[in-house]
Each structure stands twice: as structure tokens, then as C-alpha cells.
Design a binder for this molecule. Structure first.
Ligand code: FAD
Ligand code: EPU
Length: 344
């Protein structure tokens, strides 16, 4: 069996959660590591710009993509090592992230429960070190298997070599170099749950659970997420459109004098992280709509496509949102999703 399937002038609307129209000059779903190496060795592919595509839940196509889109499609979740305390689990890049979370909490394992219901593929999880509800994957990552396009070899990178940060990693910084093919996590048979994020304990109590296990934490967080964030299948979006900005403490204190309610959190190194959602809402954008592009009524940090907005129209709203936040607060917002076909 040939390990990949090629499509020319491939439509991408069903492959991005904003649901915007775009085409790729060439698209390949790749089903084995050998096929990936073979495909990346073609002169045409070596000379083209390459975009690695998971489920398209953190991308905005502002135009067509004139290069080669490669979608890793290998699947499988396996325990590769275990002892009395720890279980090392390896998952292929093409698995759905939430399926891995369900697989782990279903076995009573600790480590991924706070990351329940984050859309996307396992292969994309290290790209921005996905995080939510007081956790991110850096706390449980064991290693990443990736194809290195510079050296043309498969490599295994230890967690410490992945340079994971807030919505950041080596793979994000060197996007043309790496194709993540599998990810492994060290999960615990027992550990304290991280339930401090606002609303999580209350949700578990409302579920009538007195001694929560990872399964309950995942369920509580899924319920909160389902209330807070629009479902991409009903309303196109890519989750948070902007990162929460980190500013020097002096700047955050000066802002607190003017905006006493602006949420801010210690971010190490004399910095404070500010709530982008709060600032955007304060500027009056929540629920804004122009044509089919807009800002979610449910959550001010989420840009949405009500049906037939183009990526360029969504980007235009994003720029105006960021400009008004900069004028009001003196803080520059940076997009979280990767923008294809335009510069921020
Ligand atoms: P894609 O969108 O396909 O790709 C994203 C980036 O990763 C691109 O640059 C792409 O080139 C690269 N990439 C993808 N796969 C690979 C690979 N195998 N190798 C190399 N590069 C690759 N994120 C959070 O961190 N926390 C949240 O709470 C959260 N909530 C969300 C809620 C909603 C409703 C939505 C729509 C998104 C949310 N996100 C969140 C963002 C998104 O789910 C994550 O970033 C996810 O990891 C993206 O996975 P994907 O497979 O869709 O990646
Ligand atoms: N808020 C508003 N208006 C809104 C929404 C929120 O003022 O419309 C304020 C409230 O004060 C609220 C605070 O913002 O308490 C925080 O809101 P939320 O808990 O939704 O978190 P967030 O900072 O907006 C971040 C991540 C999310 C992640 C949640 C939960 C970023 C950019 N976003 O959002 O990740 O799910 O925390 O941990 O860090 C994503 O990356 O796509 C994503 C959804």
C-alpha cells in the first residue's frame, strides 16, 4: 500500500475549524514514517513551501496556499513502559488529542485531564505546548518523535529539548524544519489533581462528586469549556485568537490604577500576564459582527465565522480589535493561530 494520497488544487474548507475557503496547490495525507520521508525527498516538495496540517483548529487561511500541505495521518496509542507509579504512553500524530485524553482518564491515569476537549491532533500538541485550566503538556511530556527536514532524518527529542513555553516551542519557531510524527507522555497512576482554576472545584461539586479522579476533572472542564467556547462545527473559530500578553509589572500596576478590574496574573521574571479577553470586551468588541466575520458573543477572545466570511475578512476584524486594545491599553496583542497567506 502506498503510504500517502496526493490531491492537486485541494479544497481546505473542511480542514480548518474557521471553515474559510482556501485551496492548497498540493495536499498529501501521509500514513507512515517511511512515506513521509519519501514524500519530503521529492525535488518538487524540497523546493516548495510546506505546511503541516493537523485538524486546522489553530490556523487562519487568509488566502490560498501555494505550496504542499502535508497531513500526518498515522494513528495508534500504546503503553511503551510502565512501573508501579508511572505509565509512558506513545501516541501517533494523527490521533485526535481528546481521544488520547479520554483514553488516559478512562484508565485512571493522571496528567492530561485538564487538557480535555482541546480540539486538534496529537501531533500539533507540542507545537504551542497546548494548555488550559492550569496545565500544559510540558508537565507530562516525555519525548517527541519528529522528522527533521534540514537533516532528512527521523529524530527523537527529549522534552527538555523542545523548548516549551506559553503557546511556544522549538517546532513553532522552526516551522519549516519539523514534522511531528508521534508524542509520548509520562502519566501517573496517582497524583494530586490541579483544580485551582476558577470554576473547576465548583463544577465538580455541582456534579455531586466528593472524591474526584482524573475522569471527573476532565468531565468538569469539558462542561465549562462547552459553555464558554463556541463549537467550531456550529460556529467557525480557532479558539483564542490572541495570546494573553505578558507585560512588565510596572506597566501592569499603572494599568491597574486606571482599570481596577483588569485581571492579571504573576508571570515570573517581574512580569504580569493580562487578560486579552477582558481588554477586548472593554473595547466593546464582544458580539461584534460585520458580514459573516465577528467576535463571539460567548467569549471576547474568540473570532468567529458566521458562515461565509473569508480569512481576509476575519483578519481585518482581528487587526481592528488589536488596534483598539493598543490605543486603549498601550498593549500589543499577538495572534495565537498561525496565519497563512498574510503577515500580521
Ligand atoms: P493545526 O491547526 O492543523 O496546526 C497548528 C500549527 O501546528 C500549524 O502551525 C501547523 O503547521 C502545526 N502542526 C500541526 N501538526 C503538526 C505536526 N504533526 N508537525 C509539525 N507541525 C504541526 N489551544 C490550547 O492550547 N488550549 C486551549 O484551551 C485551546 N482551546 C481551543 C478551543 C477551540 C474551540 C479551538 C477551535 C481551538 C483551541 N485551541 C486551544 C487551539 C488548538 O486546538 C490547538 O492549538 C491544537 O493543538 C491545534 O491542533 P491541530 O491539529 O488542529 O493543528
Ligand atoms: N473574560 C472577559 N470577557 C470574556 C471572556 C473572558 O472579560 O468574554 C475575562 C474574565 O475575567 C475571565 C478571564 O477573562 O475570568 C479568563 O477567561 P478564560 O478562563 O476563558 O481564559 P482566557 O484567558 O480567556 C485562556 C486560554 C484558553 C484556555 C483558557 C482556560 C489563551 C490565549 N487562552 O483563555 O485557550 O482554554 O485560558 O485555561 O491563553 C486557546 O488557546 O485557543 C484557548 C481557548
Amino acid at each position: 500500500m502506498i503510504g500517502y494520497q496526493l490531491l492537486e488544487r485541494a479544497p481546505l474548507r473542511a480542514r480548518n475549524t474557521f471553515g474559510v475557503e482556501a485551496t492548497a496547490a498540493l495536499l498529501a495525507d501521509v500514513r507512515s514514517p517511511a512515506a513521509l520521508a519519501e514524500l519530503l525527498d521529492y525535488p518538487l516538495v524540497r523546493q516548495s513551501e510546506v505546511l503541516i496540517l493537523g485538524e486546522g483548529s489553530n490556523l487562519l487561511f487568509a488566502g490560498d496556499f501555494d505550496g504542499v500541505v502535508i497531513a500526518p495521518a498515522t494513528t495508534g496509542i500504546q503503553i511503551i513502559e510502565e512501573d508501579a507509579d508511572r505509565v509512558r504512553v506513545r501516541a501517533e500524530a494523527g490521533e485526535r488529542w481528546d481521544d488520547l485524553v479520554r483514553w488516559s482518564v478512562g484508565r485512571g491515569l493522571h496528567g492530561l485531564e485538564n487538557l480535555a476537549l482541546i480540539p486538534g491532533s496529537v501531533g500539533a500538541a507540542p507545537i504551542q505546548n497546548i494548555g488550559a485550566y492550569g496545565a500544559d503538556i510540558s508537565q507530562s511530556l516525555a519525548f517527541v518523535e519528529a522528522f527533521d527536514r534540514d537533516q532528512h532524518v527521523h529524530r527523537t527529542l527529549a522534552a527538555a529539548d523542545c523548548v516549551l513555553g506559553y503557546r511556544d516551542s522549538l517546532f513553532k519557531r522552526e516551522a519549516q524544519r519539523w514534522v511531528v510524527t508521534a508524542v509520548a507522555f509520562d502519566l501517573r497512576r496517582s497524583a494530586d489533581l490541579r483544580l485551582d482554576y476558577a470554576g473547576v472545584r465548583e463544577e465538580i461539586a455541582a456534579m455531586g462528586v466528593e472524591s474526584p479522579r482524573p475522569l471527573h476533572a476532565a468531565e468538569a472542564i469539558s462542561r465549562i469549556r462547552a459553555r464558554k467556547l463556541p463549537l467550531p462545527s456550529l460556529l467557525g473559530n480557532a479558539g483564542s485568537f490572541f495570546k494573553n500578553p505578558s507585560v512588565p509589572s510596572a506597566q501592569s500596576e499603572a494599568l491597574a490604577d486606571r482599570f481596577a478590574e483588569l485581571p492579571s496574573f504573576a508571570d515570573g521574571d517581574g512580569k504580569q500576564k493580562l487578560s486579552a479577553a477582558w481588554m477586548i470586551e472593554h473595547c466593546g468588541w464582544r458580539g461584534f459582527r460585520e458580514g459573516d466575520a465577528g467576535v463571539a458573543a460567548q467569549h471576547a477572545l474568540v473570532l468567529v465565522n458566521h458562515g461565509h466570511a473569508s480569512g481576509a475578512q476575519i483578519l481585518s476584524v482581528a487587526r481592528r480589535v488589536a488596534d483598539s486594545v493598543e490605543q486603549t491599553f498601550g498593549v500589543a496583542l499577538e495572534p495565537e493561530p498561525r496565519i497563512i497567506g498574510a503577515r500580521w
